[in-house]
Design a protein around this ligand. Structure first.
Ligand SMILES: Nc1nc2c(c(=O)[nH]1)N[C@H]1C(S)=C(S)[C@@H](COP(=O)(O)O)O[C@H]1N2
Ligand SMILES: [Mo]
Length: 468
């Protein structure tokens, strides 16, 4: 339920599901918003986020995806540990025989039971204490051995680090958006299972069934029912508690998730992205995000096509530099066509051209204590204050980390980040700062902003290392 509730908050942040990579508005197969994307004015992916009631979702309200992801990933540990113990115990005992079909007759029998149910007949002898009927067995088997692994795999197939490294992986599901759609349909599947399962437990002899489930006894006493109801009360209370924690101690939740996820994400971050799409794959539409800079400085620069623009690169470096767009073009040109993964859920394929960050590093010669690189924008964050984000020095040295000045074979347009933006193909979109004004080498991200590693990490509790 925690996974489902936090998942709903994640879904509400981009309330459209697609089977294609490009996420062109109108191409979704289902949307949970009444809004058709306006064509006559700028409509960003953040504008598109929807409100969801905190009674239903965790943490609920609007655009709370940072906190929602923390809960989603934190709940995962419980899900994995519980699931591992459950499956291990199935196979360490002979309980697995109750769930795993062992003969071909099973399928026609399951069909017969299905026909029996849908023609409004109760099972002949509801006696799940001794054996499950074939349809029941099929339902349990599918949830545990088919749906759960599929949920895990489709979840992983949304990871930029995996998708842009192991090309074949998201293709197993028809691409990142299809994986996202399946991930949602699996949720619908669990909810259906829950409703049908609980209804049948109730109508086929609630008290006795609850003793089977809770106590492992076969009688009509009310004990199992009482314990079961108290346990369900506990589950509901845990939602209220999670809501309270999410809104009272969001920073603690963010840090706990960060602490537990670091070993795992550290491994993912090692993968060098190597996805290469072709010109024909380029998306006809690319969701814009963020607020256009309002600073006079940027506006002035934009007016003369950034001819007077100088990128300042400094901080803990031997040779600070100040480079014009012309200087950057003369350094080294690299091109890549890549799949962009936004934290909100949308994706898009675009061509990017620019200078590899490794060239800049070479030029400025960071001092040994410089470990982190901060990219500072002309623009502001959603809640005011300058937008910035950081990368580790080792990540910017990867060959696909690009300071891009071109998108789809044209100079970057204003909304997509002119004059410069970052491309880091193994992480989520919010790390790719647009409208870059300066670059600073520092010892640690702790000295910048609120110390969390970037504007979204500071204000919206996003992950520091979003490889998934
Ligand atoms: N300065 C700045 N850069 C930003 C953002 C922003 O709000 N401000 N949004 C980020 C997010 S969340 C994403 S997904 C990408 C979106 O890039 P696009 O507008 O080219 O699609 O830019 C990133 N860079
Ligand atoms: Mo994003």
């Amino acid at each position: 339920m925690m996974l489902a509730r936090s998942g709903l908050s994640i879904l509400a942040d981009h309330p459209r599901l697609y089977w294609n990579h490009h996420c062109t508005p109108g191409s979704e197969w289902i949307r949970f918003t009444p809004i058709a994307v306006p064509k006559d004015r700028l409509w960003t992916a953040k504008d598109d986020a929807r409100f969801v009631s905190p009674l239903l979702a965790l943490p609920g309200y609007r655009h709370t995806i940072g906190m929602a992801r923390s809960w989603h990933f934190l709940s995962l540990y419980g899900f994995l540990i519980n699931g591992f113990i459950f499956v291990a115990m199935l196979f360490l005992t002979d309980q697995w025989l109750r769930l795993v079909p062992t003969s071909w007759e099973f399928f026609p029998n399951a069909w017969n039971t299905f026909v029996h149910y849908v023609t409004f007949h109760m099972p002949v002898e509801p006696n799940g204490f001794y054996y499950y009927n074939p349809l029941q067995q099929l339902a349990y088997f599918s949830v545990i051995f088919v749906m759960v692994p599929l949920s895990m795999l489709t979840g992983m197939a949304m990871s930029p680090a995996l998708d842009n490294r192991f090309t074949w992986f998201p293709k197993l599901f028809g691409g990142r958006q299809a994986a996202r759609s399946l991930h949602f349909l699996l949720l619908v599947g669990y909810i259906n299972f829950l409703v049908v399962h609980v209804s049948l437990v109730v109508v086929t002899g609630f008290a006795r069934n609850m003793n089977h489930i809770v106590l492992g006894t076969d009688n009509q006493s009310l004990t199992g029912m009482f314990i079961g109801v108290i346990a369900i009360g506990g589950v509901v209370a845990s939602w209220a508690l999670a809501h309270f924690i999410a809104w009272t101690f969001p920073r603690k939740v963010q840090h706990l998730h960060r602490f537990l996820a670091v070993p795992f994400l550290g491994v993912l971050n090692q993968f060098h992205p190597k996805e290469r799409y072709t010109k024909a794959d380029i998306s006809p539409f690319f969701w814009p995000n963020g607020k256009l800079p309002e600073s006079d400085e940027w506006k002035r620069q934009a007016e003369d096509g950034f001819k007077g623009f100088r990128l300042k690169v400094g901080g803990l470096v031997e040779e600070p530099v100040s480079l014009s767009l012309e200087d950057l073009r003369n350094l080294e040109r690299q091109e890549q066509i890549s799949l962009h993964h936004c934290i909100q859920g949308w994706s898009g394929i675009a061509h990017w051209a620019g200078v590899p960050m490794s060239k800049i590093v070479e030029l400025v010669k960071p001092r040994p204590e410089a470990k982190v690189v901060s990219f500072n924008s002309f623009g502001e964050g959603l809640y005011g204050g300058r937008y910035y984000d950081t990368q580790t020095l080792s990540n910017v040295l990867k060959s696909e980390c690009l300071l891009a000045y071109e998108m789809n074979y044209e100079p970057l347009t204003e909304i997509y980040g002119a004059p410069l933006r970052l491309r880091v193909e193994n992480q989520l979109g919010f790390k790719m700062v647009k409208w870059i004004e300066s670059i600073e080498f520092v010892e640690s991200e702790k000295s910048l902003g609120k110390g969390q590693g970037g504007k979204n990490e500071d204000d919206e509790y996003f992950d520091l290392l979003p490889n998934i």
